[in-house]
Design a protein around this ligand. Sequence first.
Ligand code: C5P
Length: 222
Amino acid sequence: ATKPILKDKKVLISAGGTREQIDPVRFIGNRSSGKMGIALANEAANAGAEVTLVVGQITVLLPTHPQIKIIHIESTNDLFKTISNEFTQTDILIMAAAVADFEPETVATQKIKKSADNDEFLLKLKKTPDILKTVGATKKDQLVVGFAAETQGLLANAQKKLIKKNADLIIANNVATPGIGFASDDNQVTLLERDQDPKQLPKMTKNELAAHLIKLIATKIN
Ligand code: C5P
């Protein structure tokens, strides 16, 4: 059995991908499976935490642990509202969801049709709120953890996120490497903490990584 290293701690975790509506039948989504966030939720619950899991689109089963409360969301704005509401009653926030950076400026009320004289269709997008950055800026003694999925410039970009989002820990992974990251069972990440050199971890399963991260998070909060 896992040691109760997060006993009575309130942990808020986002997992999965967001969907930004284009019209009644279409959306902009991403390849997130939800595996990493769900593995973290299970591990935190097993370590004695009271977990709130905010989930978008996932390709795996939802956890059934009695100490995990589940809230479903669809869009980045839904997620923003939920995380903002829950954050004040939280000790640890882990943003593992793959969030859209842009959403359609307007949502068509009817299905968008093609026509004989239109060979192109332009969809205008506007920026979504940066959830981690916004709630990170209001944090008191909470621990804030983010992920950085990059296809290039991994460490430099992740380092920027640590500072910009006022986070305590950023888990950086290169999603361009086959066999790790999105949808796979394995992950290979580098950990970035404030005032510390980046730590590269070996390739491991997402469940093993979740166990490693929950231990690290427990030492940081206690
Ligand atoms: O800026 P970027 O999306 O690469 O940052 C990744 C981290 O920030 C992840 O933890 C992700 O869940 C979070 N994020 C967020 N709000 C956004 C975009 C990303 O909280 N709009």
